[in-house]
Ligand binder design. Structure first.
Ligand SMILES: Cc1ncc(C[n+]2csc(CCOP(=O)(O)OP(=O)(O)O)c2C)c(N)n1
Ligand code: SF4
Ligand SMILES: [Mg+2]
Length: 308
């Protein structure tokens, strides 16, 4: 980070909505990014929200019935059905003329990039009215850290052990969902809560299907100490590993352009899941990150604000 950026970070005053809807008595691991994620999302959405939560860490984090940490009604649904359940809730609310209630599909990367993709694609094509947020911890964490198609190149998981670490890039879910021509898609990062909250509020006021790809580090599955979750989250964006952008009515807007991106090695070296990578492998990950960033810049130029 340049000294200017460092100074800006240290003097930024957070202006998050004060009301806490989620309660602290949840069952997540210490330092869980996915838990902060819902806390922020609900600050943006308010209490008039109904959630569809498929099998994922959050179905455990919420607590055993009759307890619930979420603070809003949660419909626990089958692994592949976050979007179809949200479609049903949203249509039922519409029949009841309860237009002031927001429907939120809240799913993990496995439930979104993999098994729930068909239901999500169907709902997005129909334009069903709800917000879909995927909290991406880059593996199937709830069942013991198995690789998903969101697992990045080079990562260890229990099904991609060190000798056979994950080869090939992370699936580009934003491109897939944007291809459905929904009115609003965005990436966000729990390390930048104000940006995330702004996007959730924006999505709330748009008719149709809205999609947010949220970066949510997991100390247990990524093998780092729980007190550096925010550091890891910010490093993902400061290295361009996880860029922050929106696709609004097909137009690309990059929300954070890092003047001097940090080397990817600074992000990788803090996480046990990447410890086996040698210098050449780190270089090839750096190359992949640089290429993705250049491609995103081109998309912004080509499909940026053409109406200007
Ligand atoms: C049809 C079906 N297959 C497998 C499972 C077992 N299962 C429950 S949660 C889960 C992993 C979820 O991963 P992800 O969506 O990434 O959420 P995370 O656990 O990482 O929060 C799996 C495989 C299931 N509940 N239903
Ligand atoms: S395994 Fe990871 S995502 Fe799941 S509760 Fe623990 S820290 Fe959170
Ligand atoms: Mg996951």
């Amino acid at each position: 980070m340049s000294s200017y950026e460092e100074m800006k970070e240290s003097t930024t005053k957070l202006t998050l909505p004060k009301e806490e809807i989620m309660s602290p008595g949840h069952l997540a691991c210490q330092g869980c990014g996915a838990t902060l994620a819902l806390r922020y999302a609900l600050k943006a959405l308010g209490r008039k929200t109904i959630m569809a939560v498929p099998a994922c860490c959050w179905s455990v984090i919420d607590g055993p019935f009759p307890y619930s940490a979420a603070g809003v009604p949660v419909y626990h649904c089958a692994f592949e059905t976050a979007a179809s359940t949200a479609s049903g809730i949203s249509h039922a609310l519409s029949q009841l003329s309860q237009d002031d209630v927001t429907t939120l599909a809240w799913a993990g990367d496995g439930g979104t990039f993999d098994i729930g993709l068909q239901a999500l694609s169907g709902a997005a094509e129909r334009g069903d009215h709800f917000i879909y947020i995927v909290y991406d911890n880059e593996a199937y964490m709830n069942t013991g850290i198995q690789r998903s198609s969101a697992t990045p190149h080079g990562a260890w998981t229990t099904t991609t052990p060190v000798k056979h670490y994950k080869k090939g890039p992370k699936k580009n879910i934003m491109d897939i969902i944007a291809a459905h021509h929904i009115p609003y898609c965005a990436t966000a990062n729990i390390g930048y809560p104000e940006d995330f909250i702004k996007k959730v509020k924006k999505a709330k006021n748009i008719k149709g299907t809205k999609f947010i790809h949220l970066y949510a580090p997991c100390p247990t599955g990524w093998k780092y100490p729980p007190d550096i979750t925010i550091k890891i989250a910010r490093l993902a964006t400061l290295t361009n590993v996880f860029p922050i952008y929106e696709i609004e009515k097909g137009l690309y807007i990059i929300n954070k352009k890092i003047k001097e991106p940090k080397p990817v090695s600074e992000y990788l070296k803090l996480q046990g899941r990447f410890q086996h990578l040698n210098e050449n492998e780190v270089k090839s990950i750096q190359k992949e990150v640089d290429q993705n960033w250049k491609r995103l810049l081109k998309l912004e130029v080509t499909f940026g604000n053409l109406e200007k």
